[in-house]
Design a protein around this ligand. Sequence first.
Ligand SMILES: [Fe+2]
Ligand SMILES: [Fe+2]
Length: 187
Amino acid sequence: MSLKNVRQIKEQVKNECQNLGHIDSWFYDKHLLAVEKYANFLLKKLPQADKEIVMLGVWLHDSQRFRGIKGDHQKMGAAEAKKIMLEYSYPTEMIEKVQGIILTHSCHGQMPKTLEGKILATADAMAHYANDFYLQIAVTGQRSLADFKLWALEKLNNDFNKKIFWPFARKEIREKHVVLMKLLTMK
Ligand SMILES: [Fe+2]
Ligand SMILES: [Fe+2]
C-alpha cells in the first residue's frame, strides 16, 4: 500500500479546496479532515478493511464539489477520482474500487455493498456531526431559515438512519444527533 500517494493526494485536495475557489474555505478543515478522523476511528474497529481504498475515498469522494463540476455528485466525483488516480498511476482495479465506494457514499439510490463503501458512507455521515458543520452551512449557505431547517432535518435523518452502518458508530454521535434535532424542531 502506498501511503506516500495518499499523503500526496491529500495535499493536492487541500490545495484544490483552498485555491480553486469552487468550495467554501471551511470545507477542507471542517468536512474532509473530519471524514478522515472518523474513517480512522472506523478502520481501527474494522481492521480487515483496505485502508488505502478507504483513504482514497475520503480524499476524493467530494471531488465534484471542490472542482466545481455540474451534475450528479457521486458520478462526477467518481469520474474526477479516476482522473486524479491516473495521475498517480494507480491500476485499473484499484481505481474501480475507489470509484465504487464514491458512487454509493451518499446512500441515495444505490447503497454501499463493500466494507470499504460502508466505512466511507458512515465516516461521511459522522463528519456532519463534527465541528459546527450545520451552523457553518446555516451562515454560508444561500437558503432561507425555513429551507435550511428542512434541508438539515432531511440530512440528519439520512445520515443517522441510512448512512451509519454500525450501532457502535451511531452510539458515538447519538447525543449530537438528539441535540441538533431538538434545535431544528424547536418551536
Ligand atoms: Fe459527498
Ligand atoms: Fe462528504
